[in-house]
Design a protein around this ligand. Structure first.
Ligand code: NAD
Length: 290
């Protein structure tokens, strides 16, 4: 299939590379990043979009996604599907869908979970919002880039699932880091805490698969001096998206709100930018209750 791919950063590059490796005809555009193996280079986003039967975007935020969509939609052939895999607001996903309909196009929001490792391995989870027909057309592509596809509902539902998931992730990582900081204070060995919690009712992905304590549990960014991985500023962005959504619908999300405050303090006042989101552990242990 002819695919236009816009945004070839940490996630987009391996995703596009996997599509090309599987035999799809991928034309990519990114103003900064190098083209991945097998992907041909378009001079502009518009050129990549005009080429594809499906156009994939993997971009940083709402503003950029909506701006790129404004540029490319007039150049996309009728019936083309815009498959946005970026993490953005539910509002942005719905705006993309409305604009696509106006232009005789289709749109799907399909944010991902699984990080850079999942993108490289082709094992991402896609959370999809959009029509069944459009999803059927893009499923052969999603199957290459991912291991699991969940059709969450109509446009916006994929982003809704993503921000709920990452609100849980932010809060569980924060409290897992707190537990290690408390264990240190109580003189409890970190390895012992892992052995107990990872097989008990306190277990979570943050503890079991992405342990924030260096040298404990499976290899994770904590073992690489907290280089991301999943950057703290991306977690902050996702927690802000969930709070924005919670305000819009009047949902009670006090732990999500507190996790957002903690990540905001870490990123903006404690040199957390560029560190993995599990580096809340040294952030806590370097401080004491005031
Ligand atoms: P990234 O910053 O590495 O890549 C984004 C790319 O977009 C960059 O290469 C940049 O040059 C390009 N870009 C910016 N403006 C552009 C424009 N106008 N036209 C074309 N390209 C443009 O970010 P990433 O880590 O690849 O994340 C991309 C998206 O995936 C984000 O929405 C992020 O929240 C989400 N996400 C990331 C992870 C992760 O672990 N990194 C996991 C899940 C979801």
């Amino acid at each position: 299939m002819k695919v236009g791919f816009i945004g070839l950063g940490n996630m987009g590059a391996p995703m596009a590379r996997n599509l090309a490796k599987a035999g799809h005809d991928v034309q990519g555009f990114d103003p900064v990043a190098r083209m991945p193996d097998g992907v041909s280079s378009a001079a502009t986003a518009v050129e990549a979009a005009a080429y594809g039967k499906v156009v994939i975007t993997m971009l940083p935020n709402d503003e950029i996604v909506l701006d790129v969509a404004r540029q490319i939609m007039p150049a996309m052939r009728r019936g083309t599907i815009l498959l946005d895999c970026s993490t953005v607001t539910v509002d942005a996903a719905c705006q993309l869908a409305a604009r696509a309909t106006q232009g005789g196009l289709d749109a799907i929001d399909a944010p991902v979970s699984g990080g850079i490792a999942g993108a490289a391995a082709g094992s991402l989870t896609f959370m999809v919002g959009g029509s069944k027909d459009a999803l059927e057309t893009v499923t052969p592509l999603l199957d290459i880039m991912g291991g699991r596809i969940v059709h969450c509902g109509s446009n916006g539902a994929g982003q809704a699932a993503k921000i709920c998931n990452n609100m849980i992730l932010g809060a569980t990582m924060a409290v897992t880091c707190e537990a290690f900081a408390l264990a240190d204070g109580l003189g409890l060995d970190r390895e012992k805490l892992f052995d107990v919690v990872s097989t008990s009712s306190g277990s979570s992905w943050s503890m079991n698969s992405y342990c924030p304590a260096p040298g404990v549990g499976p290899v994770s960014p904590s073992d690489n001096n907290y280089l991301p991985g999943f950057a703290a500023e991306l977690m902050l962005k996702d927690l802000r998206l969930s709070q924005h959504a919670a305000e819009a619908v009047g949902a009670m999300t006090p732990l999500g709100a507190r996790a957002m405050e903690l990540y905001s303090e870490f990123v903006e006042q404690a040199n957390g930018r560029g560190r993995d989101f599990s580096a809340l552990l040294p952030f806590f242990t370097d401080r004491k209750r005031g």
